[in-house]
Ligand binder design. Sequence first.
Ligand code: GRA
Length: 383
Amino acid sequence: MDFDLSDELVAAQELARDFAEKEIGPTAAKDDKEHTFRRDLVSKMGELGFYGCVIPESYGGNGLGFLALALITEEIARVHSAMRVFMNMQVGPALTLLRFGSEELKKRWIPPLIRGESVGCFAITEPDAGSDVAAMRTTAVRDGDSYALNGSKIWISNAPVADSALIYAVTDRSQKHRGISAFYADLHQPGVSRRALDALGVHASPLGELTFENFRVPAGNRIGNEGEGFKICMWQLNQTRLSCAAGALGVARAAKEAAVSYANQREQFGQKIGQFQMIQDVIAQMVVHEEAARLLVYRAAWLADRGQPNNLEVSIAKYTAAEAAAYAADGALKILGAYGYSTEFPVERYLRDSKSYQIVEGSSNIQKIIIAQDALGYRKANR
Ligand code: GRA
């Protein structure tokens, strides 16, 4: 086992750290407070090649790999978690098209997604279908050379601003999960309405609802065969979950850094508060959870780079990193006291943003189900 990062990976990590600190950091508090969508940053991240890590050069990517993608995502999330969501919104659709799309779809959509020119999103969740993806109700009915989509997708990152979307819809209800199909669609066509939604955190990442009313999608925009959508969706989630786990790791690190820095300067009862064992207990746990999450995220990415199945490892990494982020942000807030609770300092943002990781891309409970059912031999995670 080699725990060293190659020079290439260190360079990617340093580039992302520098970019995050200089270009994202200075306005992070303002962007969060004002719920600003930073399309300029989506483009800049594209120009720097951040979305191209897992895309070959033939489609405009750089092929640096999944570990590079994880390292970059961690650096961005450490500075502002909302900005790492863009990584998934651009890369998730591009990667799914790369794996399952026709040559025409790949050529049409992958380059603008990874250059950050077409703002992407993916639409799985519905009002009555969250963890239970197979329960989705949005329909896609074939009519000549197009499909008519009807239904509603909710809690979709980028819904208010996206130019294009990876959409999952039911083409044959009688087939249950085997009757779901995947589509790539231009959202600037008639039949799409959007509603912005607000949430506890991740404010600079626009969230919303997409409603389709006789939204026409050309039949050539179907990804894979009819009925393959559920498997495509499970495959896609395995990729986006990994990047999400790397984001949680970034938040865990940011919260720990804030706690350590404060504990080293704040004095109470005649000494630095870092001298108190109750503070040390929290800091030790933050360090342990973060380091464990880092090794698990890197392992899952390393497996992907070797072309090996990693669903189980991704779920373990996502669960551990999400819980590490929530623990670290909660702990940092307690250590900083009023300064943690205050909206003038970033720790309360870390806490709000950390909670999202226990819900998105498969909740912590869903990850535990995947992990436990694999251990019990009920359902293999890697297949
Ligand atoms: O036997 P079969 O041929 O019918 O196939 C079954 C199974 O083998 C079928 O699907 C297959 N399958 C898979 N195939 C390949 C299942 N999992 C996989 C896989 N990983 N790879 C049905 O399988 P099943 O086990 O009966 O399915 P289920 O019980 O209906 O669902 C499984 C599960 C609960 C894990 C799934 O529904 C799930 O992952 N739910 C969580 C949904 C989720 O993650 N949503 C995320 C929404 S998007 C989002 O949060 C955006 C955030 C953006 C950001 O911040 O990054």
